[in-house]
Write a protein that binds this ligand. Structure first.
Ligand code: PEP
Ligand code: MG
Length: 558
């Protein structure tokens, strides 16, 4: 049994198959600078055309946009041209240039930028295939394959056939990489950061991949395998039953209303959310609109996008989070200097307050959406009251300028320990509070959520995080505000009873989890959840909390 970090949830039984990809061979010396420059031009153009023409999921589109941005990067091209000018083969020159830049990204000490290096290496292969005519990476696998790899490239994941590959296990990798996002979108369970012991697993071994619990069982005995098969069947039946009732209202067994919302990044996500019975969106990650481009979107472009998503939700609430870029999510046109410690730097609402034009354009975009009020505004990374009062002042000024008489809700994300601890003070100024458990966990535990070295410890069910959540709901109650969760814990079935027991009344989960979330909530009794939560608050480790929650859920199922 090997341990890894959850990158995409799920459970699968299958046969191990290693993905081994050899470098594409290219000569060092070319046929002269003129010839090689022309070859490179046409290869880059061909890859760019192919990337622009493909359509598919939102995650796929975001990644292709990232690849196109690299193709257009003048520094990369300049480095390749230098080698071509010195008589090198176009493929050799392109490889040298991409690898040098990937090395730079890796050396910056930022886990997320290091993950972008994978995108560059991916692009190296795509261009070299174009230049040499090498066949596509052999990604045809037998049905029931669990793919093992030292590392995976985003385009390799996109090329997989989900009818054959049923799970991914990666020796290195990070839980927030593009590979993780893609796997989740494709519904493939995935574990990353499993480490060197993965190399002991041979091709053909039977595997049980329990991504939810972060374990890979290798060559299980017959009894374990039979148990896993039963579990798979039960999961499939549960999913079908949950989906059949996905459109129904979400209330607990004792009649407490819990809003089952979905996290969105695009119109496509909103379509999936609606099909899965989401009752609204508790988090629209607007930064997707701001990344991988040369200028900030203006108010009209933003209004069109938010309007489209609001229309897709057919009047259901849409909580639009203000831009959360900076540091680890760079937007080249925003003048943010490189930072020693980006997670503690200019990010979230700090960026918007430092760049009032960006904030104003975004608020105008949100306020333009009809009907006014369907969109609520959510402020990310709040640490102090001043930040919310500053945003509210701009909202009020714009309402006057835009002749808006309706009230527009302005809420905050609770992602810093400061916000959790002072929730009573903040709640006096905020219409609602939504806990971003991903960041709250990283800041409470002082563990970088993107760093594979500490990935195993970043668990939102740590009692320290639960105490902060309890503190937040207590503070909010004093002002009659509701508290939701839009971080990863809302999509974690063991966390749901605990969160409800701590007084959370809105859960914004990944769209595909909504049917299961609703089915689970309908079986919960809030008093029992509260008793469970009190025990969890006094527990001494996340492991102990998970054990309690597992037992609680098993009793529900019995
Ligand atoms: C969070 O921090 O929990 C959150 C929802 O925001 P993001 O994951 O986009 O940082
Ligand atoms: Mg966050």
């Amino acid at each position: 049994q090997l341990a890894g970090t959850l990158a995409a949830p799920g459970f699968a039984i299958g046969t191990a198959r290693w993905l081994r990809v050899a470098d594409i061979a290219v000569p060092v010396d070319g046929q002269g600078p003129g010839v090689e420059a022309a070859r490179l031009d046409s290869a880059l153009a061909a890859v760019r055309d192919r990337l622009s023409a493909e359509d598919g999921t939102h995650a796929g589109a975001t990644i292709r946009a990232a690849h196109i941005a690299f193709l257009d990067d003048p520094e990369l091209r300049k480095a390749a041209d230098r080698d071509v000018g010195a008589g090198r083969d176009a493929g050799h020159a392109w490889r040298q240039a991409t690898r040098a830049q990937a090395e730079v990204l890796r050396s910056l000490g930022d886990a997320r930028l290091a993950e972008r290096a994978d995108d560059l290496l991916d692009l190296e292969r795509q261009v070299l295939r174009e230049l040499t005519g090498a066949a596509d990476d052999a990604l045809a696998f037998a049905p029931g394959t669990i793919l093992l790899a030292d590392d995976l490239l985003p385009s390799q994941v996109m090329a997989l056939d989900p009818a054959c590959v049923v799970g991914l296990v990666v020796e290195r990798g990070g839980p927030t990489s593009h590979v993780a996002i893609l796997a989740a979108t494709m519904g493939l369970p995935a574990l990353v950061a499993v480490g060197a012991p993965l190399n002991e697993v041979a091709d053909g071994a039977t595997l049980i991949l329990d991504a939810d619990n972060g374990v890979l069982h290798v060559a299980p005995d017959d009894a374990t395998l039979a148990e896993a098969r039963t579990r798979m069947e039960r999961r499939a039946a549960d999913r079908a039953a949950a989906l059949a009732q996905a459109a129904e209202h979400c209330v607990t067994a004792d009649g407490v209303r819990i809003e089952a919302f979905a996290n969105l990044g695009s119109v496509e996500d909103a379509v999936v959310a609606m099909a899965n019975g989401a009752e609204g969106s508790g988090l629209l990650r607007t930064e997707f609109l701001f990344l991988e481009r040369d200028t900030a979107p203006d108010a009209a472009e933003q209004a069109a996008l938010y309007g489209n998503i609001a229309a897709t939700l057919e009047g259901r609430p849409l909580i639009v989070r203000l831009l959360d870029v900076g540091g680890d999510k760079p937007a080249s046109y925003l003048p943010i200097a490189p930072e020693e410690n980006p997670a503690l730097g200019l990010r979230g609402i700090r960026v918007a307050l430092a760049m009032p034009d960006i904030l104003e354009a975004q608020l105008r975009g949100i306020l333009s959406v009809q009907p006014v009020g369907q969109c609520r505004i959510m402020v990310p990374m709040v640490a102090s009251v001043d930040e919310i009062t500053a945003v509210r002042a701009v909202v009020d000024r714009l309402r006057v300028e835009m002749d808006i008489t309706e009230r527009v809700e302005v809420g905050i994300m609770v992602e810093t320990p400061a916000a959790a601890v002072t929730s009573a003070t903040l709640a006096a100024h905020a219409d609602f509070l939504s806990i971003g458990t991903n960041d709250l966990t990283q800041y409470a535990l002082a563990m970088d959520r993107g760093n594979p070295a500490v990935a195993g410890g970043v668990d939102g069910l740590h009692p320290a995080v639960l105490q902060l959540i309890a503190h937040t709901t207590d503070g909010a109650k004093r002002h009659g505000r509701w508290v939701g969760v839009c971080g990863g814990l809302a999509s974690d079935r063991l966390a749901v009873p605990l969160l409800i027991g701590l007084g959370i009344t809105e859960l914004s989960a990944s769209p595909r989890f909504v049917p299961e979330l609703k089915a689970l909530v309908r079986r919960l009794d809030t008093a029992a959840c509260h008793r469970l939560a009190l025990r969890a608050l006094a527990a001494s480790s996340p492991r102990e909390v998970r054990a309690m929650a597992r037992e609680f859920c098993q009793e529900l199922a019995a």
